[in-house]
Write a protein that binds this ligand. Structure first.
Ligand code: ZN
Length: 324
């Protein structure tokens, strides 16, 4: 008989739940708005409804589900199955694993979303042929996860691989974590948007503002990318700066992990034509040859499916390692 798994991609604006088979195929899915503003009970009820929807669509009873994985932004207490805090959700210390297990009687595993994504790319995406890889998501912020000898490397209390918060320049811009000059404050969607707004304010670019319909709040990495592609030199320079700092960050990753593969994902990678060459050039200048000579860098393959595939990979991880 086939094995079935459930995955829940828990986000601040949407909850995406899916049923997968033992090979990582998604058989059914259900998406609902998180409705964070309605409070904790309401959000949990929405999670329940997505699970019920999926089981109904697939015609499968809870007794046939081997495990359920949840991918969530942190900070998390993974050992105790608790979402400690979530800046996008109105709750603190939610015992999510216990709540789900009590409701559905399915073994439930919680994992941070970047680690879950790393597992998904390892088993079903760009990393399927390697045993050692580091995954970086370059989106609003920068997250990371690493897989070593096929297993997730989580650190002693599951906080490893916060690559976005490694300091590149202590005199750099203030980061959301309170430090100055983290990689995230130099090479993320947020930092691209900050630099683009500064360029508009100092009158270095009119096109960026024009493409944002004259609205400073609409200036983001995508608008800046569009300006760069239309020939705006300042916008192109912002991406070159982003590539420079990302390259320093990647060089550090190479020297720390000596991975077989680095996989780059996240929304900002849609503009990778504007910064990736620079990043790789700087990475090569900064990392040691012994590690560079065995390294490959690839783009993530799972695209928009990564959140759900990550949650499913978390549910399946014991099986994957056993059969991998
Ligand atoms: Zn930081």
């Amino acid at each position: 008989m086939s094995e079935y798994y459930l995955g829940i991609d828990l986000g601040g604006t949407k909850i995406l739940t899916g049923l997968g088979d033992g090979e990582g195929n998604i058989l059914a899915s259900s998406r609902r708005d998180t409705q964070a503003e309605m409070g904790e009970k309401h959000v949990i009820n929405n999670i329940f409804k997505t699970v019920e929807d999926v089981l109904k669509k697939a015609g499968i009873a809870t007794g046939h589900i081997k495990a359920l994985g949840i991918g969530s932004p942190g900070p998390l207490d993974i050992k105790n199955g608790i979402i400690v805090e979530n800046s996008n959700l109105p709750w603190k210390k939610v015992h999510i694993v216990e709540i789900i297990e009590n409701k559905f009687n399915i073994k439930t595993v919680l994992e941070n979303d970047a680690n879950a994504a790393a597992l998904a790319e390892k088993w079903f995406g760009a990393g399927r042929d390697v045993d050692d890889m580091v995954y970086l998501t370059i989106s609003t912020g920068i997250g990371g996860g690493s897989v070593i000898k096929k297993e997730l490397f989580s650190g002693y209390s599951n906080n490893a691989c916060e690559i976005g918060h490694t300091v590149i320049d202590p005199n750099g811009p203030l980061c959301g974590c309170g430090n100055h000059g983290c990689l995230e404050s130099f090479a993320s969607g947020k930092s691209i948007s900050r630099m683009a707004k500064e360029a508009v304010k100092s009158k270095q670019s009119d096109l960026i503002l024009e493409l944002a319909d004259g609205d400073m709040d609409k200036i983001d990495a995508a608008v800046c990318a569009e300006a760069a592609r239309k020939g705006d030199k300042t916008a192109a320079e912002i991406f070159s700066t982003t590539g420079f700092y990302l390259g320093i960050g990647l060089g550090n990753v190479v020297n720390i992990f000596n991975p077989q593969l680095i996989v780059l994902g996240g929304g900002v990678m849609k503009a990778s034509d504007l910064f990736l060459d620079k990043a790789l050039e700087v990475m090569h200048q900064n990392a040691l040859d012994a590690s560079l000579s065995v390294l490959e860098v690839k783009k993530a393959e799972l695209g928009d499916k990564i959140g759900l595939m990550g949650a499913l990979a978390v549910a399946m991880k014991e099986r994957l390692i056993k059969n991998g």
